[in-house]
Design a protein around this ligand. Structure first.
Ligand code: 3EB
Length: 330
């Protein structure tokens, strides 16, 4: 069990969690540092380099200039590319990203299928085959009705592309809608040569058990993942979902409060001390730019000093206005 920093007895054989942080420096400087596994930029024209460790997330940041997100491990990093897939690895950790254009893959379902097949094939032949955390960003996520909503088609394709690779349990994940011009699916992930421990939220029905009303294929993700050394928790996209239902449709303040309650419950469920701190980078995905001041106020009050990146993103249920994800270190 994780019981706060002082009490963590780290097994030296277990992989220390990558350090994830936002910073305002340059890309080249971050890439020159030994141990840099990934450098994420946000929004159109984000500063990135033609290096497989770099990835330009198709979500606009509400802060200018948008910071970089840098992942660092305790070992030298090697990297490469294979077709659309880009990867970097070091110290038992693996970062993989893929971006596919739906116009070349045939819609959201087949694009997700192709992305996950490609990722699964690549990861499956690596030592770092334990996929702990995945991020998914796709355009017009709420377009289409009923089972034809694009998020639901994405869920169908994702599950098909995963095959039985996650038979023992799904990774922690986020799926958010972007507003980029091109209909691209972006997927990136963190994997390790050691397994993590999946965490569910007792206030919520596990996503893979959602009833039929949410689509043919329930979403394939765990609510959170404790990393191998139990020194960090990777927190999936968390919104105002209670049981399986969306709570407080179209009420931003109540959704923020419910989301916060879900995050606190998740920490307790992972056996972690309550609260977030200055080393816990989070993201808040906000559907309506006009809601940003209210989200900022909430964050300032309830998450003082916590680095929270505010991004323009659509949540996968149209009545949900905000979602948070991120990291908590023990
Ligand atoms: C929810 O609780 C909100 O499809 O990968 C959150 C995190 C959500 C991940 C996914 C979806 C996903 O169901 C939506």
């Amino acid at each position: 069990m994780i019981q706060g920093c002082e009490n963590v007895r780290m097994d030296p054989l277990l992989r220390r969690a990558p350090r994830v942080a936002y910073r305002n420096g340059g890309v080249d400087e971050a890439l020159r540092e030994e141990g840099t596994l990934a450098v994420l930029g946000f929004g159109r024209g984000a500063a990135t380099a033609n290096d497989p460790r770099c990835f330009e997330v198709a979500l606009e940041c509400f802060d200018a200039p948008a910071p970089l997100e840098v992942w660092q491990v305790d070992a030298p990093v090697v990297h490469g590319a294979e077709g659309a897939l880009r990867w970097s690895a070091g110290g038992g950790w693996l970062f993989v990203s893929i971006e596919l254009d739906e116009r070349e893959c045939g819609g959201p379902r087949d694009t997700a299928l192709r992305a996950y097949e490609t990722l699964r094939r690549f990861v499956g032949q690596r030592d770092e085959r334990h996929v702990l955390r995945v991020w998914n960003y796709l355009g017009a996520i709420n377009q289409g009705d009923g089972d034809a909503e694009r998020y639901k088609l994405f869920c169908d394709g994702r599950a098909s592309g995963m095959g039985d690779f996650f038979a023992e349990g799904f990774p922690a994940a986020t799926a958010i809608g972007h507003h980029a011009d091109a209909p691209c699916l972006q997927v990136y992930l963190l994997a390790c040569d050691q397994a993590g421990a999946r965490v569910e939220n007792p206030r919520q029905v596990s996503a893979w058990r959602y009833p039929r009303q949410y689509g043919r294929t329930p979403p394939s993700f765990a609510r959170a993942m404790t990393l191998p050394a139990q020194d960090a928790l990777a927190i999936s996209g968390t919104a105002a979902v209670v049981g399986h239902a969306s709570a407080h449709a179209d009420d931003l303040q109540a959704q923020l409060q419910e989301t916060f309650a879900n995050l606190e419950t998740l920490l307790a469920s992972a056996g972690m001390a309550a609260g977030f701190d200055t080393h816990s980078p989070l993201k808040a995905y906000v559907r309506h730019p006009a809601d940003v001041p209210q989200v900022r106020d909430f964050v300032r009050q309830h998450l003082p000093g916590v680095p929270v990146l505010l991004l323009h993103g659509d949540i996968c249920r149209s009545e949900l206005l905000v979602e948070l994800d991120g990291w908590r270190y023990a």
